[in-house]
Design a protein around this ligand. Sequence first.
Ligand SMILES: [Zn+2]
Length: 385
Amino acid sequence: MSEGETLYLILLVFYLLECGYFAPRGASAFHSAFGKRCRPATSLPIFEGRPGVLRFANPLPPLGRVYVISPPPLSLSPEGIVAFDPAWPGLPPRREQSGKVLPWEAIGEVATVDRAVLINGGEFLRADSREQAARAAAEIAFLKAVAPAKREAAIENNLRRRTDVKAARERLAASEKAGANLSFLSNLLLWLLFLVIPLTAHLYGVTVMWLPALATLLVLTAANLATLWRAHRRLYPNGRTGQRGLLLLRSLAPPALIRAPDSLTLPLMEDFHPVAAAAALLDRDAFEEFAATTLRDLAHPLPPATPKEGAGIVAWYGDRVGHHLGRLARAEGIDPARLLEAPTPRDGKALSCCPRCRAEYLLFDGRCSDCDLPLVPLRTHGGEA
Ligand SMILES: [Zn+2]
């Protein structure tokens, strides 16, 4: 293998690694390989570990899109907060949660150190990322500052905002508009780096083409970086300039710069509930399935559904999240009650199923071997449960 071929092999491996993105366990990830329509991202078990899941975006043009939404392990009520979220629509086991409880009157200073949210100087919860910790801390500090009589309305407002599908669609449209040029330039860079440069080197020789190739690469890199900076500032106006500078620094190498559109879309929908993001990103059938999985998990959470202390707070918050997700589903033309109904059997011999994961069993009663929840009778084809 010549030196040039070795260099290209290294570049290719570097680029394929850049196509990987990490999502915390429990986060919802959506991606599209080619068009705008996304699907929930799946993963291979070998890339799934305790801290999270490594997935790969489409490496070929037009590069596709990736989105990750990871709600913090936090329940809120007018009484107080609990570092516990019963929601876990994925496979068990659920992530570890501290279950710490604090009434609003006991909450003083709220700060973050790396992924930890500190309250009164002690660690209250450990988030999946710095950004998630910052969002959880900001929400706690905001609600703490609200007058106690208005706290319930403020929590409801936050939930309404997080489940606002119209706003999610607007956010998506804004990202498509702001990121269009970057997407075009990134695709151009991919063609230039992996097709045009090696092909011209093969046809005309390296000594003839290296200078024009280098000049084109530099111009395209500069245009890409400038476009990334502008698009990031438009989509994340509250982002710190230092963080944006770091993003640009990380994108200096061309293989990393090709994946720059991912840095715009990955955290794009973080302010929304995954079901609201799913309504904006998925087609109708995929959205219905995603909403059904989430609502079933909310109605039949993995045990323990509540921590030892603060059970009332977690139950209140779960009820309010369910209310807002039900409203969202109805607005999208889906009856949430229908999603929770016992299904008719896929296997003609099955007698019962798990109300959460829908695995079917040849038993009248028992517990789901995955979810440890009591089985429910399946409906007969006549419609009776
Ligand atoms: Zn189950």
